[in-house]
Design a protein around this ligand. Sequence first.
Ligand SMILES: [Zn+2]
Length: 295
Amino acid sequence: MHFMNRRCAILPISDPELRCKLFDSLVLPILSYASEVWGVDEKIGDAAELLHRKFLRQDSTANVIVLAELGRFPLCFHWWRQILRYHNRINNLSDDECLIMCAFVESMQDPAHLIWSHKVHSWLQSQSVGFSIEDDIDVRTGIGNAKNHYAQTWHQNYLSSVVRYQLLQPEYVIAPYLSAVKGFKSQKPVSRLGCGCHGLRVDTGRLLPLAQQVPREQRHCVFCASGAAEDEHHFVFDCPAYCAIKNRFTNIFWGPAPTLSSFFTLHYSKVTTRFLRECFEHRNFLVAKQSGHTL
Ligand SMILES: [Zn+2]
């Protein structure tokens, strides 16, 4: 994975979709080696998933948002697909290969291997898919049900950062802004804002020691006198500190009542990215200026 990342940096390849495809072609087969035969040990599976998320994440984005932003699912879905396909492959072996088939059927009846078949059985049951050793398993339905269930659970996640992200991006698919603009540098400002890891006061306030934390709505903007919380909406639409920049980008604010969601989904473009980058740069300048005054 490190070698691949290094090659991506040299070439350079920063398109998240393409990088994910590379991960799936070069890294995932190693993480999944023989998983269809032996299943996946929970501890090893967790370690592999950790690596997967480490590959995807930037900054301090919450784990569940990292996956959702790219429309990806935990690796276990891939492993289950491999296991179910392996089962079907064995079932459809020709007579010449019946020895493998006999070994498989026998192993399914062997108490030492029952854990594997039991796991497959109960997993399929949890996805409402029937299971019989002799019949083919409907892999597409099984995996499809499991993914739908995961996406539904994601929509019921009440973690505040997830709820805010869902307002911007309600569907469990790759975020449109990642396809609208190419290049890590261009994607970074919007990704930061979308995932709530932007360094605005509502974000930095949650990282303070518990005793110093104040409620989100009281993490006021220190660059204007409005008394409003410095959140994503205030930063993009309301804060007068960025008026000069907004005046140069009026066309990205068109529409009767632009919301954060419409800003991120409907008309997202390179221009929007440029606007956000300039705002973040100006904010850095204001922070430096302010700390200079305090010193
Ligand atoms: Zn402000």
